[in-house]
Design a protein around this ligand. Structure first.
Ligand code: GLU
Length: 428
């Protein structure tokens, strides 16, 4: 998806060029890391329930696998573009490196709207994706996971197709599987919880108790929901949440100044995952236009929807009270907005750190599949908290020591790790 002239791949490349400069990378290394190493563009013919055949366009892009098998989700979205998948695959490389898991970066996408597909059609689409790509997938090669509009059931269909074709059991070939079918406890919660571990790590560093803070969210999908649950459980107050409404193709901001009740809002999500406007009104929520999430008088903004949401055009609408932007989505801030955020002294907790909890838990899932022994929820969350907090501390300490913007500090750490792997392998 490219939003109002912003191309996420160009943003990802601009961010990389900046860090390449700081790290004084040579031209060969720059050329290798500023684009994906492999791209697969293919079509998937799907027999529809009415007997017709529909052809879907799909991608799988492997940015870099110097540190380990490529890792990253598969998105189903009607506005998917190859450049978005390229950018996301690059961000996956940095994400895996920043939390120091032995994986590379990849991403996949299918141009489709699952809302308009029956379960049986979605199953055939998932199986078709694997049929086209199975020689390139595998636990030691490229490992997909759920992402925008894909879930554990989609992953299991893909695994089953892979195992039928290859004639064996390879549970580590895909992550985000259902619990009991090779999935890890905590995977569903991991991205949202991981974000709160990072946020709380930062709040501790600045001596601000989480109980004294307020938040406004953009988005109420899986990541936002679990982040909001953990954040409110720790005593923080969620003032507003904006959510896409599938029924009238508009977004709304739901506000309760004395604090949203997350369980209550989850209970009134409709079949499309949108918050039911009438029910929310009946529960005493103010219903505001979608973009109002960004203009709330809160301490923390959490963009947890799609890319390119915080731009110079909307930046002046951000309240002077906001002191932290905690990026839950991939690429929610455009590069031309970073200087404005820095100028205003807002602390930016970067996306590929904040939302790395998902892939960290995917790594745990692979480890458990390899052991064929599954950990308790407590064990998973304890390991997750440790990994996320360690990664945050490394970035915070570097940012403090070198007076860096936290996005730049995170890039320096992640890119440096990938560069070392590339050099040790003798690729550049
Ligand atoms: N889709 C998630 C992400 O963007 C998770 C990827 C994974 O677990 O491989 O980080």
């Amino acid at each position: 998806m490219t939003t109002a002239g912003y191309n996420p791949y160009e943003s990802a490349q601009l961010q990389f060029d900046k860090v390449a400069q700081t790290l004084e990378l040579d031209s060969g290394m720059r050329a290798l890391l500023r684009q994906p190493m492999k791209e697969f563009h293919f079509t998937i013919p799907v027999k529809m329930d009415d007997g017709s055949t529909k052809v879907f366009n799909a991608f799988r892009i492997r940015h870099n696998d110097a540190r380990g098998p490529a890792k990253g989700g598969i998105r189903f979205h009607p506005q998917e573009t190859v450049d978005t998948v390229r950018a996301l695959s690059m961000w996956m490389t940095w994400k895996c490196a920043v939390v120091d898991v032995p994986l590379g970066g990849g991403k996949g996408g299918v141009i489709c709207d699952p809302h308009n597909l029956s379960q049986a059609e979605q199953e055939r689409l998932c199986r078709g994706y694997v049929r086209q790509l199975y020689t390139q997938l595998g636990p030691n090669q490229d490992v997909p996971a759920p992402d925008v509009m894909t879930n554990a059931q989609h992953m299991l269909w893909m695994l089953d197709e892979y195992e039928v074709i290859t004639g064996g059991h390879f549970p580590g070939m895909i992550t985000g599987k259902p619990v009991g079918m090779g999935g890890s406890l905590g995977r569903t919660e991991a991205t949202g919880f991981g974000l709160v571990y990072v946020l709380n790590g930062y709040l501790r560093c600045i001596d601000k108790p989480i109980e004294s803070t307020t938040v406004s969210f953009q988005g109420f999908g899986n990541v936002a929901e679990y982040a909001a649950r953990m954040y409110t459980q720790m005593g923080g107050k969620v003032i507003a949440i904006s959510c896409w409404n599938q029924a009238d193709a508009k977004s709304y901001t739901f506000r309760k100044k004395d604090g949203c009740d997350i369980t209550e809002l989850v209970a009134i999500k409709d079949a499309f995952g949108s918050i039911d406007v009438a029910k929310a009104k009946a529960l005493g929520y103010e219903i505001l236009p979608g973009e109002e999430w960004l203009a709330q008088d809160v301490d923390i903004l959490i963009p947890a929807a799609l890319e390119n949401q915080i731009t110079p055009a909307v930046f002046p609408r951000i309240s002077k009270q906001v002191k932290i932007i905690c990026e839950a989505a991939n690429g929610p801030t455009t590069p031309d907005c970073d200087p404005l955020i820095q100028e205003r002294g807002i602390a930016l907790l970067p996306d590929f750190l904040c939302n790395a909890g998902g892939v960290t838990c995917s790594y745990f899932e692979q480890v458990q599949c390899n052991l064929n022994y599954f950990w308790s929820m407590e064990e998973v969350l304890e390991k997750l908290e440790y990994k996320m907090t360690q990664a945050f501390r490394g970035i915070y300490d570097l940012a403090q020591a070198k007076n860096l913007y936290m996005r730049d500090a995170a890039y320096v750490i992640a890119v440096d790790r990938v560069v070392s792997a590339v050099k040790m392998r003798g690729w550049a």
